[in-house]
Structures are given as C-alpha cells and as structure tokens.
Design a protein around this ligand. Structure first.
Ligand SMILES: *Cc1c(COP(=O)(O)O)cnc(C)c1O
Length: 205
C-alpha cells in the first residue's frame, strides 16, 4: 500500500521540530513521490537509492533531497561519521544514469511487466499475493509454511526473504529479477507445489 501524500504532509506538519526522512527506495515503481512537499517543509529529507530502479547497486550510491537547512545538517555530521564516502567513479556513473532517464524508465517498465506476469503465474499455482508497487512480491504459499518454502528455496540456491515476525511470519518476499530468472523460480515453485500436494495426500505434512 502506498501512503497518500496527505499522510506525509500531516506527519511533517506535526513534527516540525524534527527532521523527517522519507525513504523513497521504491518510489520509482509506485509512480508517487513526496518531492512536491520539499517546497513546503524545511524539515523534510527524501532519500533515494540507485540500487533498485537504476540497477546500480554495485556503485553504492544514493541521494538525499532536502532544503538547504536540512542538507546543511547532514554536512554538519558528514565528515565525522561518514563511513560511506562516494567515490568519483560512482558520481560519474550516477550522473550518467540521471542523464539517461529513458533507459531508467524502460528498466522500470520491464521490471513492472515481469512482476505482474510473475504474480499472475504465482496465482495460477495457488499462491496468495498482495498488491505490489515495488520490485518485489509478497506472497503466501497455499500448502506449506513460509519457513518451509524459504528453506527449500535456499537449498535450491534461490534466496528470498523471510522474517519470523508477528503478522508476516507466514509470508515471503521475492525480488523480481530478469524474466529468465523468474521463469526458473516459477519452475521451481511449480515443482515445489506438486511435491507438497503429494506429501499432503500421503499425510507427511
Ligand atoms: C534497497 C533499499 C535501500 C537502499 O539500498 P542501498 O543498496 O543500500 O542503496 C534503502 N531503503 C530500503 C527500504 C531499501 O529497500
């Protein structure tokens, strides 16, 4: 679920003595951003990563957007605490990405198309899937526990996310890769469901 801008506006208004950070790691996939609020609030900082929509996780680059006041607060601590200096090559690659928004938009469209297709295929296999506005899907297995699914996939060298936490302990998160990678994941899951059905019918589960 994407929080509406009104919600963020109210959050900023009621926290005017604090810096409020909105992490927009997935905003490119959601088509919504808090950037318009930068003109209205001095205490807002928006963070964005180049790791997701821009597929540049290897350069370890992000940006912070904020008022001169808010950014000056970052500079106050930057040289004492910054263990993550941005090297010159990363800056150049980041700039090239910013200057080629067409490629980034194509990348986003491709990931969203793969995500939507992958989600439909998962539903055909019986998985429950929540609405996604990101580059991952959050799903529940029809027959086995999330932990079992996570472990079986791990053994098959497919690494997904699983959290043993209240409310989400029966769900797993799968990041969308290339179409070919997702085909392999689907093939694995189809096989997995077959196996689970068989185990259920002979009473192993
Ligand atoms: C991926 C991600 C980031 C940034 O990741 P980096 O690769 O370290 O830039 C930040 N916040 C969230 C919620 C993320 O999922």
């Amino acid at each position: 679920m994407v929080e509406p801008l009104d919600f963020i506006d109210a959050l900023l208004a009621s926290n005017s003595n604090s810096i409020v950070i909105i992490d927009e790691a997935y905003a490119d996939f959601a088509g919504q951003t808090a950037i318009p609020l930068l003109d209205k609030y001095d205490n807002l900082i928006i963070t964005r990563t180049f790791s997701k929509a821009r597929s540049l996780a290897g350069i370890r680059l992000g940006v912070a957007l904020g008022s001169p006041l808010a950014i000056s607060k970052l500079y106050d601590v930057k040289n004492s605490f910054n263990s993550y200096c941005v090297d010159y090559v990363a800056q150049e690659v980041g700039l090239a990405s910013i200057n080629d928004q067409t490629l980034v938009d194509l990348n986003i469209a491709k990931i969203i198309a793969t995500r939507n297709w992958f989600g439909k295929e998962l539903e055909k296999l019986g998985f429950v899937i929540t609405d996604s506005q990101t580059n991952f899907v959050f799903i529940q297995s029809p027959l086995s526990s999330a932990k079992n699914l996570y472990e079986k996939m791990y053994e098959a060298h497919i690494i997904i996310r699983y959290w043993d936490k209240p409310r989400i302990s029966n769900w797993v998160r799968i990041t969308i890769g290339t179409e070919e990678e997702m085909r392999n994941v689907l093939a694995f899951l189809a096989e997995f469901i077959q196996q689970e059905k068989m185990n259920n019918s002979i009473g192993i589960n």
